[in-house]
Design a protein around this ligand. Structure first.
Ligand SMILES: C[S@@+](CC[C@H](N)C(=O)[O-])C[C@H]1O[C@@H](n2cnc3c(N)ncnc32)[C@H](O)[C@@H]1O
Length: 282
């Protein structure tokens, strides 16, 4: 079992490697994950002067959307990988968003005072934290009494063909080690109630969860391969280790796999996320 420090180092390296893909496919990713960002934001009751913290912000969502809803407020975007936050800052500059700042830090060791923020968001970050319980205690600590945290995770792989199609094509050509149940992986928080239990253990109340559908849409099966092979972290890491002929066979497998999802000149592959909201008592 790697140490927390080794997990963080590996995550930092992985996301540095994926960052070019997140910048290149920004619009496709935004369209896919937008409904989850909207659901998180709806659950947080953002005010004009909201003080908001976005954890594992990556290329900036949902933090940048919160900043637009809170022109008199302030949003801090945090992430372990500076390369991802650079993309967030560039997106903010392009959109003319000035009420944000970025901070490189790990979710389980936040450099903020107690009771600083009205709300916290964590879109698709939880499963990568070395210590998910400590991270949740940190979210509760930096929230003001009555403040809310909302996060999202992926539910079971069978409900997410957008990622299982490429991972099955990779598994058909390589010997992928089974994911460590206690280590970072895309489906580490898939079990119903797993994040709710972390919230409750950290003293959060009124914990509720619900599912949100997403669709990854591309212009063609070939573009689908480019999108997933360049930004899905587990695919990017696995593909780094294969030779060119193997990569070509995996590419062919992914393209064949998504043909069933071609419709009206587009490829649309579905998925399902779970959002979890909780409140700091007080
Ligand atoms: C799937 S991306 C999510 C980005 C963004 N929130 C979104 O939904 O578009 C996951 C992010 O988690 C970050 N991450 C991984 N481990 C982390 C940790 N221990 N603390 C903070 N961020 C972490 C990665 O660097 C990456 O940017």
């Amino acid at each position: 079992m790697p140490s927390f420090e080794e997990i963080e180092d590996a995550q930092r390296a992985t996301w540095a490697m994926c960052s070019t893909g997140w910048a290149k496919w920004d619009q496709v990713i935004s369209d896919q994950l937008g409904p989850v960002g909207d659901a998180i934001i709806d659950s947080l009751d953002i005010r004009d002067d909201q003080q908001h913290l976005d954890i594992a912000s990556g290329s900036g969502e949902p933090g940048l959307s919160v900043a637009q809803l809170a022109p008199a407020g302030r949003v801090v975007l945090t992430d372990l990988a500076p390369e991802m936050l650079d993309i967030a800052q560039q997106r903010a500059d392009r959109q003319g968003i000035t009420n944000i700042r970025t901070k490189v830090c790990s979710a389980d060791d936040l450099p903020f005072d107690d009771a600083t923020f009205d709300s916290v968001s964590v879109r698709f970050g939880y499963m990568f934290f070395p210590d998910m319980a400590k991270a949740t205690s940190e979210f509760a600590r930096v929230l003001k009494p009555g403040g809310r945290v909302c996060s999202s995770v992926w539910i079971r792989p069978e409900a997410n063909p957008w990622t299982t199609i490429p991972m099955q094509a990779i598994a058909a050509e390589t010997a992928l080690p089974p994911p460590d149940p206690d280590g970072p992986s895309m489906y580490r928080c898939a079990a119903a109630g797993s994040v709710s239990a972390l919230y409750e253990a950290a003293g959060l109340c009124d914990v509720t969860d619900w599912e949100v559908d997403v669709v990854l849409t591309t212009d063609s099966a070939e573009q689908y391969w480019e999108v997933v092979s360049e930004h899905v972290s587990s695919a990017v890491v696995a593909l780094e280790q294969v030779d060119r002929p193997t990569r070509e066979r995996i590419r062919a497998g992914v393209i064949a796999g998504v043909r069933a999802h071609e419709e009206g000149g587009k490829v649309r592959v579905p998925g399902v996320a779970r959002c979890i909201v909780g409140t700091k008592p007080g």
